[in-house]
Design a protein around this ligand. Structure first.
Ligand code: HEC
Length: 136
C-alpha cells in the first residue's frame, strides 16, 4: 500500500485523532484493561455508588477514558450521549441505570470545571480529544 498518497495531506490533528481512535479500539478489544477509570476512594462517599454503575455500564464497549476525557460539561449533552449509548445494540444499559450514570457525570463535570482547564486545550476544532493525558 502506498503511503505517499496521503503524505502531507492529513493535518496533524486528524492524524492524532486517528491514532487515538485506534488506541480506543485496541483498548476495547482487550477487556483486561480496566485500570483507566477513577479511583473510587478519591470520590465522595455519596458518589461512589453512582460511579460504580457508570464504570460497569460505560466500560463495556470502550474504555472509561472515552467519556472521562470527552470534555463534555453540559448535562443535556450527557443525557443525549447516555441515551445514544443505551440504544446501542447489546449495551446492557437499562432505563434505571441512566439516573445514577447521569448523576455521576453531573458530579464529574462540576468537578472538572472546578479544577479549571485541566483538559487538553481546545484550540482548533471540536475534536480536541486527540490525546489522553489521563493515566489513572
Ligand atoms: C454497546 C456499546 C457501548 C456502550 C455500553 C457504551 N458506549 Fe459509548 N460508544 C460506543 C460506540 C460504538 C461509540 C462510537 C460511536 C459513536 O460515537 O456513537 C461510543 C462513543 C462514546 C463517546 C464519544 C462520542 C464522540 O462523539 O466521540 C462517549 C463520550 C461515550 N461513548 C460515552 C459513553 C457512556 C457515558 C456510556 C455509559 C452510559 C457508554 N458510552 C457506553 C459504544 C458504547
Amino acid at each position: 500500500m502506498s503511503v505517499s498518497s496521503f503524505r502531507g495531506s492529513i493535518p496533524i490533528a486528524r492524524a492524532l485523532t486517528a491514532a487515538w481512535a485506534a488506541l480506543v479500539l485496541e483498548a476495547s478489544c482487550s477487556s483486561s484493561m480496566r485500570s483507566e477509570g477513577l479511583d473510587p476512594s478519591t470520590l465522595p462517599a455519596e458518589v461512589r455508588d453512582d460511579y460504580a454503575v457508570f464504570a460497569r455500564r460505560c466500560s463495556k464497549c470502550h474504555s472509561l477514558a472515552r467519556p472521562l476525557t470527552a470534555a463534555i460539561s453540559d448535562d443535556s449533552y450527557w443525557s443525549m450521549y447516555v441515551t445514544r449509548m443505551r440504544r446501542q445494540p447489546g449495551s446492557g444499559i437499562s432505563q434505571e441505570d441512566t439516573a445514577p450514570i447521569l448523576r455521576f457525570l453531573h458530579y464529574y463535570s462540576l468537578e472538572q470545571r472546578r479544577q479549571g482547564p485541566a483538559a487538553p486545550a481546545s484550540s482548533s476544532t471540536t475534536t480536541s480529544r486527540s490525546e489522553s493525558k489521563r493515566t489513572f
